[in-house]
Ligand binder design. Structure first.
Ligand code: HEC
Ligand code: HEC
Length: 462
């Protein structure tokens, strides 16, 4: 049994009947929205799903005769969608449900209390506990937190809300988290990400674990952003990614009561400015810190928690077994390079010039930033173009596939010396050694990063 979409006067009505799992999605003249309603006859509840990028208030009603309608609830959409189970009626068969948009009714405002699930006492972002190696060189010198934007709990909380808010894209379709997904190490499982209008990004999304630590400070694969504060405003204005202007964004956010409160808590006054948006987003991104992997546990105890295979992989990574040089470029407990930006021999000629596309220098062609290898297991696919689907493919590439080219970084070349030919280094790892290297890379996974509420979507979808 299905009913057609109802329209009465100027109202848009979406309706569905309560036959078990019957649902009807209808898109009306305005606003654009979809509704599905299904009845769970086991729990005797009515599951209502509404998606509405315009974040309107909907009135949910039921009827037995299409004539008399009971109001069940006013449903406010806070960030594009709503899912909720309402208690049903034991004799539910023959009951019809509809969600109605009524332009004459006042909209429910989004406040910090109804739109967001935020803890009463903010998460402690400012005082994230760090392992001892983070408090001394060389990691101290990697820290890119500027004195002008020191992370506070209120600022990172505001940044968290902004990071998940679809209002940052022009058609309210996507948020930062659409392409930087927590369960994927704040990266995107798709090779290229889809922007607000269906367009594809030119490169693979980057994982954000420990982005706070990178000695060269710069952001993006080609390092085109000088600071994180610069970087975070770029996707918002990018024509493929979010398509917004900063003026439109500040006006839109200033109209939301929950931002009035969050900006005031962070900055003392409610003014929404692009500098403040940038500061808060950067604070949240810098708070995405991963220090609870198996590797971290092993650090203090000689890796006695590792399997024999993981420990073999660790020694290969460090060059203690065989001739791999991974740690030369993926160094320290953050697994990031030092002062150099590198070419790892993916291809020649260069399809993507990387840093060279920014500086115009031939010697920079094919050189790319690499984000921390922390949580690398979660951030597939790999490399700036997402060319490798698995870590096995990455390891096989370093083992046998590095392409010689004028800018190939020294650690990936054959070492100079008698009897050595110039060119790309070959590792000649056995199958067991390759598997061990992959097993080691997986010890860098921190399950708390992928699941912690402090980094998760704070919006109330019911
Ligand atoms: C449509 C997908 C998409 C959206 C939306 C998006 N990003 Fe990204 N992000 C990417 C891609 C792709 C890259 C790499 C682009 C490049 O290097 O050319 C990237 C790179 C980054 C980096 C650089 C990391 C590093 O180590 O250098 C940061 C930080 C970042 N994004 C944060 C954000 C924030 C904050 C937002 C929201 C304001 C956001 N992104 C929105 C796809 C996206
Ligand atoms: C000369 C420096 C250098 C060495 C040595 C090196 N890498 Fe890399 N690595 C890079 C660069 C640069 C990138 C990013 C390249 C790109 O996408 O264009 C990268 C990317 C990666 C990635 C993918 C990162 C991502 O987020 O997609 C993994 C995994 C990786 N390397 C593992 C290793 C392992 C394992 C070794 C040792 C066998 C190794 N690397 C040796 C420089 C190096």
């Amino acid at each position: 049994m299905k009913t057609p979409a109802f329209t009465s006067g100027a109202l848009l009505i979406l309706a569905a009947v309560s036959a078990p799992s019957a649902s009807l999605a209808a898109v009306g003249p305005a606003p654009r929205a979809t509704l599905s309603i299904s009845v769970n006859s086991v729990t005797n509840s009515v599951q209502v799903n509404i998606s509405d990028a315009g974040n309107h208030s909907w009135v949910l009603q039921s009827s037995r005769n299409y004539v008399d309608w009971n109001e069940l609830a006013t449903v406010k959409i806070y960030n594009g969608s709503f899912q909720h189970g309402f208690p049903g009626d034991a004799s539910a068969s023959g009951v019809f449900f509809r969600a109605m948009f009524d332009a004459t009714r006042p909209e429910v405002l989004s406040t910090t209390e109804n739109a967001l699930h935020l803890p009463a006492i903010p998460f402690g972002y400012a005082a994230t506990p760090l392992p001892p190696s983070f408090l001394v060189q060389p990691i101290l010198a990697q820290d890119n937190m500027p004195a002008s934007n020191v992370t506070t709990d209120a600022g990172a909380t505001l940044g968290r809300v902004l990071f998940y808010d679809k209002r940052l894209s022009t058609n309210l379709n996507i948020s930062c988290s659409s392409c930087h997904q927590q369960g994927h190490g704040f990266s995107d499982p798709r090779r290229f990400s889809t922007g607000f209008n269906g367009g594809l990004t030119g490169r693979n999304s980057m994982g954000l674990s420990n982005a706070r630590w990178y000695q060269r400070r710069h952001f993006f694969w080609d390092e085109r952003a000088a600071t994180l504060e610069d970087q975070v405003l770029q996707p918002i204005q990018n024509a493929v990614e979010m398509g917004m202007t900063l003026d439109a964004l500040t006006n839109r956010l200033a109209a939301e009561p929950y931002y009035t409160k969050l900006f005031t808590k962070t900055f003392g006054t409610p003014a929404v400015t692009s500098d403040r948006i940038s500061a808060a987003l950067a604070q949240f991104v810098r708070s995405i810190i991963s220090t609870r992997s198996k590797y971290d546990t092993g650090l203090g105890r000689g890796f006695t928690n590792f399997t024999a295979q993981e420990d073999l992989g660790r020694r290969i990574f460090l060059g203690q077994v065989g001739n791999a040089t991974c740690a030369a470029c993926h160094g320290t407990d953050n697994f990031v390079p030092g002062p150099a930006i590198n070419n790892n021999g993916l291809e020649f000629p260069y399809v993507d010039r990387g840093l060279g596309g920014i500086t115009g220098l031939a010697g920079d062609n094919g050189k790319f930033k690499v984000p921390s290898l922390r949580n690398i297991e979660l951030t597939a696919p790999y490399m700036h173009d997402g060319r490798f689907a698995t870590l096995d493919e990455v390891v096989e590439f370093y083992n046998s596939g590095v392409v010689d080219n004028p800018n190939l970084s020294a650690p990936l070349r054959n070492p100079p010396g008698p009897g050595q030919s110039p060119g790309a280094r070959r590792l000649n790892l056995t199958a067991a050694q390759k598997a061990a290297l992959v097993a080691f890379l997986k010890t860098l996974t921190d399950p708390t990063l992928a699941t912690s509420e402090r980094f998760s979507d704070p919006f109330n979808y019911r």
